[in-house]
Every structure is written in C-alpha cells, then in structure tokens.
Design a binder for this molecule. Sequence first.
Ligand code: HEM
Length: 142
Amino acid sequence: MSMRSFVFDVVLAAGAIALMFPDSTGYGVHEWAGLVFAVAVIVHVAARHEEGARLFQNGFRKRRAGKAFSFVLNAAIFVDLAVCAVSGLMVSGAVLPTFGLYAGGFFFWAPVHAFSAQLFMALALVHVVLFAPKMKAVVSKR
Ligand code: HEM
C-alpha cells in the first residue's frame, strides 16, 4: 500500500464518520456527500482489486480461514454500502428533486437506510482493525 492510498483511505474514513451525523452537516450536504462517498469507495475497491483477488484465492483455494473471513467481510461491506446509497437516494429530499424525480416508499426505505448505515459503520470498523497492521507498516516506513 502506498502513502497516497493510505491518505485516501484516511479521508474516506473521516467521510464515513461525517456521514453518520447528517444533522450536523445538514441533509443537502449529507446527500451529495453520500453520493461522492459511494464513488470514492468504488475507487478504493478498484485500487485494491488485486489484493482482493489474492484474499479470495488464499482464503478459498488454500483454505485459510482468516483470509476467507476478510474477503467475505469486504464483500459484505460493499453490498451493504450499495444498499445504503440506493436507500438514501430513495428517501432523498435534495438529490432526486434536482433531477425532477420523486420516489415513494419513504417508510420502507428510511429504516433500510438507517439500518444499512449502522451496519456499514460496524463492519467498516472491523475492516479497519483487520487492516491496521498494513496501515501501520506504511506509516512506520516513513
Ligand atoms: C453511503 C453512505 C451514507 C451513510 C453512511 C449515511 C448515513 C445516514 C445516517 C446515519 C442517517 C440517519 C438515519 C436515522 O437515524 O434516521 C441518514 C439519514 C439520511 N440519509 Fe444518509 N447516508 C449515506 C448516504 C446517503 C445518500 C447517498 C443519500 C441520498 C442521496 C442519503 C440521504 C439521507 C436522507 C434523506 C436521510 C434522512 C432520512 C430520514 O429522514 O429518516 N444518505 N443517513
């Protein structure tokens, strides 16, 4: 992992924490920032796709439980974030109207959004703890 991707990941983590407190940023900012965040996570995953493929191979082909767990955790975070972003869009009061769109089902999507956001934070915390040794290695190399 390079210093540049380390800094990108720290910004990503700070963004995730800010998104958990929409009242403090205001909902307009929260919605647009949520979309930018979802794109940033896709960039993060694309930048690490080789590492992910290695985790998959080591975990499932070589049957190493720790690697398999990391792979499943990362996949779960990605799917959960997709649910969070889509449900966020479905309850959007700023982004959708900008494009002249409206979505029904607020009372279904709002709890889905709140739950997927809480789950995302919990899973992302485990992800950060698991990858902490790699991050430490980058910082101590300097
Ligand atoms: C992808 C990362 C995101 C995270 C971690 C996140 C997190 C949260 C959290 C924690 C809440 C408060 C839920 C509650 O306690 O009721 C919330 C509410 C909300 N979010 Fe997000 N959000 C994200 C993305 C988005 C996106 C992309 C949009 C829209 C484009 C959005 C729109 C909203 C709206 C409208 C609410 C208020 C819902 C209500 O009134 O119940 N969020 N979000």
